[in-house]
Design a protein around this ligand. Structure first.
Ligand code: ATP
Length: 332
């Protein structure tokens, strides 16, 4: 696969889309480094799909510009098409054709010579783990198998940029794990750039190098999960989950009074401490010295759920968007 001469495979400058008076995407400035996975996050209607459609050259921006691997999707749609693979949330295949026949058809459409097509299809099928099912009709495939066939389809096309819309939606946990590992390998092993739109935050956190948070057409924050956490959690770098018996007022006071503890929350029998440093050694010693039975203590890093929730809580005062976002987060 040809390497991009520049560091960023996707950039947008002031990218904007209006539908009548509605601003679906508002002045988006995005930079996605080559070979990385970037997550577009946001509630329904935030503008993720519209952004993707503009990147793919399937809808024209009202203002601004996108550049994909050096090409403008509006002016050079065919060039962009040949450099980009798109996996929609519901991949369309010919149901009465086998998986292999569908891939063969993609190879034909992309003008691949017979021998290249055969080799690419065989490798792609092996890589996505569909060898046993490839001669079955796609109409008989589960959603997870269809998604894997979708990735095989992209591998046949072999583009440097892959855009995925909610790739793991409706797939069981084991299937999700496999799919995420596969997506990750597309970036890490092949050096492809991946743009993934999702509201399944844990999954996004697991595979994305950077995320952009979208609210009402605006990208309100962008960076690594760690960066966003630092900006937003105001020094509360660590969260510590503690369970000890008996859970009384003195224990709460003991936790609160530790150096570095900035906030304490109680959730049933569990205490959640937000701290500026890792206080596990001192806290363990003090809890035991005070005669409590320590049942459990775990240090958690930044949680994207927490970051997401706080962003939308912050936005609530501004535009009343938080309720939707929080509800969406809470379901997963
Ligand atoms: P979802 O997760 O629900 O797909 P999204 O973040 O992808 O949401 P978009 O589909 O990009 O959001 O929609 C952004 C806004 O633009 C929404 O208010 C939507 O109703 C509006 N919109 C999208 N497409 C059109 C269209 N063709 N005509 C008019 N309005 C549109």
């Amino acid at each position: 696969m040809a390497k991009a001469a520049h560091n960023y495979l996707v950039t947008t400058k002031g990218l904007t889309k209006h539908y009548g008076t509605l601003v679906a995407v508002d002045n988006l400035n995005l930079k996605v480094k080559q070979g990385t996975i970037f997550g577009l996050l946001g509630p329904n209607g935030a503008g993720k799909t519209t952004t993707i459609l503009m990147l793919l050259g399937l809808t024209e921006p009202t203002a601004g510009q996108a550049i994909i691997d050096g090409c403008d999707p509006t002016r050079e749609p065919l060039k962009v098409k040949s450099r980009t693979g798109y996996l929609p949330d519901n991949v369309g295949f010919y149901q009465d054709m086998t998986g292999w026949e569908n891939l063969r058809y993609t190879a034909e459409l992309n003008g691949l010579p017979e021998d290249v097509a055969k080799e690419r299809i065989a490798r792609a099928v092996e890589r996505v783990g569909l060898a046993d099912a490839i001669d079955r009709k796609v109409g008989e495939y589960s959603r997870g198998m269809r998604q894997r066939l979708g990735i095989a389809d992209l591998l046949v096309k072999d583009p440097p940029l892959i855009i995925m819309d909610e790739p793991t939606l409706g797939i069981d946990p084991e299937g999700v794990r496999e799919l995420l590992a596969l997506i990750k390998s597309l970036a890490r092993e092949d050096g492809r750039t991946i743009l993934v739109s999702s509201h399944l935050l844990h999954q996004v956190q697991e595979i994305c190098d950077e995320v952009g948070i979208f609210v009402k057409g605006k990208m309100i924050a962008c960076g690594t999960v760690d960066d966003l956490g630092r900006q937003l959690l105001q020094g509360k770098r660590f969260s510590l989950e503690v369970e000890a018996e008996p859970l009384d007022e003195e224990l709460l006071n003991l936790c609160r009074s530790q150096r570095g503890v900035l906030e304490l929350q109680q959730n049933g029998t569990r205490l959640l401490l937000f701290c500026s440093e890792d206080i596990r050694p001192q806290l363990t010693k003090e809890i035991i010295a005070a005669g409590y039975r320590l049942l459990h203590m775990t240090l958690r890093g930044y949680s994207l759920d927490e970051i997401y929730r706080r962003y939308f809580t912050k936005e609530e005062g501004k535009n009343g968007q938080a309720a939707t976002a929080t509800a969406k987060t809470a379901r997963h």
